[in-house]
Write a new protein. Structure first.
Length: 281
């Protein structure tokens, strides 16, 4: 108790303490998967969609189940990305800039696949217009609000808010700012090398059942199923929320693909300097 008093002074105890830690490492190799739809006019300029395809594979058994499916985290994002690819492929007017689809690996082990891509880019970063990332979308149907991770960072946000406005949807910031989401999924590695990157996800305000219900769904998932074998597909899941995000990001990517300008980092963003440096090359 004395140690909690303001006038406490350290007292030599003449004792030593030994602390030990042991870790098991397993090294393995994994792959990013990448595809491209070539632009009709400025094929060297790209818009990169990304979603991590990895999860935890087989792990410790919980309630008799050792398969970590990752239905929400992140089959939802991969499914949305594949539908966007299909939509671009089926569009009558081909995009003028190239559209890249990047399924990254090792997200759950520390954003490894996107870090590898950012260090070893296949398409020049200073011609990469934007990165649009999808991770763990809303499995509880369409929402009236869409959460933009990294709100205030760059002008890709303005493209998104325009589309939301057209659909009568509300743009909100991070629903869990304390979790630091802008720094916790693959778009972060693009931001670090200066590519204007953004990640959006359904908010809480369910179109059908309201905000309180939607919040219960998402927070219930975070509590019970996040990174557990029970993050599995069930027929109760309403995948309209995945489609909603896919629609918004398709519209944004299509618009960006037919422009000649590059969206910028907003003044004050910590990622602006990296872009300025890379554009000079
Ligand atoms: Zn994830």
């Amino acid at each position: 108790a004395y140690a909690r008093k303001k006038d406490f002074k350290a007292v030599p105890l003449n004792q030593t303490v030994t602390v030990g830690l042991s870790n098991k490492y397993k090294y393995s190799t994994s792959q990013n998967v990448i595809g491209i739809i070539k632009g009709s006019k400025r094929p060297e300029e790209t818009i990169i969609y990304s979603a991590h395809w990895d999860h935890f594979g087989i792990g410790p058994k919980i309630s008799g189940d050792s398969i970590y499916n990752g239905a929400v985290d992140n089959a939802s994002g991969v499914a949305a990305m594949l539908s966007i690819a299909k939509a671009f492929q089926n569009s009558k007017e081909k995009p003028e800039r190239s559209i890249v689809f990047l399924a990254v690996t090792g997200e759950e082990q520390g954003l490894l696949g996107s870090e590898y891509y950012a260090i070893n880019p296949i398409y020049p970063l200073n011609k990469t217009v934007a990165n649009l990332n999808m991770d763990a979308l809303g499995f509880y149907g369409e929402t009236k609000d869409i959460s933009i991770k990294g709100k205030g960072q760059n002008e890709v946000e303005d493209y998104i808010t325009n589309v939301l406005h057209d659909h009568g949807l509300e743009a909100i910031g991070d629903t869990r700012p304390s979790a630091g989401s802008y720094y916790r999924s693959d778009h972060f590695n693009f931001a670090k090398v200066g590519v204007p990157a953004i990640d959006i996800v359904n908010g809480f305000n369910s179109k059908e059942h309201g905000a309180k219900w939607g919040q219960e769904q998402r927070l219930g998932y975070n509590e019970k199923h996040y990174h557990q074998p029970s993050d599995a597909y069930s027929p109760q899941m309403n995948t309209d929320g995945f489609a909603q995000i896919a629609n918004i990001l398709f519209t944004v990517g299509y618009k960006l693909s037919n422009e000649t300008t590059f969206p910028q980092w907003k003044s004050g963003s910590e990622f602006k300097a990296a872009r300025d440096k890379s554009m000079k090359k």
